[in-house]
Design a binder for this molecule. Structure first.
Ligand code: AMP
Ligand code: MG
Length: 536
């Protein structure tokens, strides 16, 4: 069907459904909630919806899939990605996985409201799995409805694309479709359920396999199947590591440790807080996955967590993300151990995670400060002093780093007020700037100036280096919420405005200056802006 006549259409998609073709599936065919043993997935169809309507789509993702803009604007596209149709070659299924939630083994979880339509192979030979999130119940839905609401779907759609454009490994989003159905949600689990518009996002990723896919098999002692899934994953997504063997398994785990560390360094670079780093939300490819109660640091508070469910323990707060990554990798190591039977190399990889993280963090912070490389002599102290200073008064992380590039680097003495001047925009409450604070940041700025002088970069070079790593625009929590408020009233225009904005997060966009400003005061404590729950 790859004739020029069909190019760019849904009918021209070529499927190569490796996951279902090569791994054993559930033998029970009824879509009934249950424990699924001896299988990696269950075949299940999306639920039909009354009136699917496309709110928006990502042109870049359509291009990856080789779908033309005309195709994406057809009714058929909305029908398909709302769950009402299938095209030839699709073979829909939900995956079986388990997970550690908030540190405790939770048993079988699985795709409770995600249905994989199939795996596309494009003309470049790349495999991309299409997955509908919110397309109805599956055997893994436990006591929930398998649906998603508009609010959480807008957040998932925008954030996955925002992360991609920031240069952060992530699953992608093709489309956002409203279903015409009403879905009941108790947003803060406090006895106030409300009807909300239903929606479906089509997520796209080379693979949706999570740490939890391996954990569930290990927890059940299904070692043969575990090895089969490991071999499949290596052959499909890590072919560069060679044919599956014990040596390859170890290289594979090592690589997962490295990519996970790299992903979290990126999160720390832009102030992203995932909010639910359970092992079922950790991609085997080191991609950011499952955008639920995530948030962006506005004031630099290392203890901040966007997730109200996490507000007591703060297990998943900003500063704990690196350690949590390692804890999750330890669970993965435990689960693949039965096919490796040697814990020493696994432990070495977990140690390597720390080294990769520390080195990557140092280099990333040095780059944020405008240094071409990390100089341990001076930079350890500069970075740790800065991360101690930033939380002292409410300081906007994105504005602070972006504006550091505006400092004039020259050898003449400058007083604290002139040094601080370009950074004043970053302070939420200037009255918090005491004399003591000023002395401390003044000293830091003097040291920073001296260190920057060593770089011998022109002002232009320095600014352009820094502006490539310190984004001007991130998806501030309140921005997504404003887009949701409008979309719930039937106006999707702001979703598209934000999609356009986040395409160029490092560029100056004079017409969008407002979105680079501090969070407005009304958003400080508004649900959806500073407090989120897993309810979605
Ligand atoms: P999450 O917290 O989104 O990572 O979800 C944890 C588990 O709950 C996964 O197995 C999800 O598929 C499942 N889940 C979350 N929301 C729903 C829902 N509305 N219906 C069915 N399953 C859900
Ligand atoms: Mg999840």
């Amino acid at each position: 069907m790859n004739s020029p006549l069909h190019a760019g259409t849904l009918e021209s998609l070529v499927f190569d459904n490796r996951f279902v073709n090569e791994l054993p599936g559930d033998t029970i065919k009824t879509n009934r909630r249950r424990q699924v043993r001896g299988a990696c997935y269950s075949r299940v169809h999306p639920e039909k919806v009354s009136s699917p309507e496309l709110l928006t789509y990502s042109p870049e993702v359509a291009e990856i899939l080789e779908l033309s803009p005309q195709t994406c604007k057809t009714d058929y596209f909305a029908e398909l990605f709302g769950g009402n149709q299938l095209v030839q070659g699709m073979d829909p299924y939900a995956m079986c996985y388990g997970g550690h939630q908030f540190g405790n083994w939770a048993g079988q979880l699985g795709d409770g409201r995600a249905i994989n339509l199939g795996e596309i192979i494009n003309s470049r030979g790349e495999h991309w799995t299409l997955q509908l999130k919110g397309a109805g119940p599956t055997p893994y839905s436990r006591n929930a409805d398998g649906l998603a609401v508009l609010r959480s779907s807008v957040r998932e759609f925008l954030c996955s694309e925002a992360m991609h454009h920031l240069g952060i490994p992530t699953t992608r989003a093709l489309s956002l479709v409203t279903t015409g159905e009403q879905v009941e949600r108790d947003m803060f689990y406090d006895g106030h359920p409300k009807e909300e518009p239903g929606a479906v996002v089509c997520r796209v990723s080379p693979s949706f396999i999570r740490f939890g896919n391996f954990e569930i098999l290990a927890s059940r002692g299904e070692t043969t199947l575990l090895q089969q899934l490991i071999d499949f994953t290596i052959r499909s997504d890590f072919p560069h590591l060679g044919q599956p063997s014990t040596a390859t398994y170890l290289k594979w785990f090592n690589e997962i440790c490295r990519t996970t560390a790299e992903m979290i360094i990126h999160w720390m670079r832009v102030g992203f807080v995932h909010g639910v780093m359970n092992t079922d939300n950790m991609s085997i490819l080191g991609l950011t996955i499952d955008y639920g109660p995530y948030g962006w640091l506005e004031d630099f508070d290392p203890n901040w967590t966007p997730n109200t469910t996490d507000s007591q323990g703060r297990r998943y707060c900003f500063k704990n993300q690196p350690h949590t990554g390692q804890w999750n990798l330890l669970q993965l190591a435990n689960s693949i151990f039965p096919v490796i039977n040697d814990k020493i190399p696994l432990q070495e990889s977990l140690t390597l995670y720390n080294d990769v993280f520390q080195q990557g963090w140092n280099e990333m912070m040095a780059e944020k400060l405008g240094f071409t490389s990390f100089d341990p002599q001076s930079d350890n102290k500069l970075i740790s002093e800065l991360t101690s200073i930033l939380p002292l008064v409410e300081t906007d992380m994105s504005i602070f780093f972006r504006n550091l590039a505006l400092l004039d680097i020259h050898p003449d003495a400058q007083d604290t007020d002139s040094l601080l001047y370009p950074l004043l925009d970053a302070y939420y409450q200037p009255e918090q700037i005491t004399k003591e604070y000023k002395n401390r940041i003044g000293k830091w700025l003097q040291d920073y100036m001296q260190r920057s002088l060593q770089e011998k970069l022109s002002t232009r070079e320095r600014r352009s280096h820094m502006n490539r790593i310190n984004p001007k625009y991130v998806l501030r929590n309140y921005m997504a919420q404003l887009a949701i408020d409008k979309a719930e009233k039937g106006d999707a225009s702001m979703i598209n405005d934000l999609l356009e904005l986040i395409r160029h997060p490092y560029d100056e966009q004079p017409e969008n200056e407002i979105y680079s400003a501090k969070r407005p005061d009304w958003a400080r404590n508004r649900p959806g802006c500073s407090m989120l729950s897993c309810s979605s």
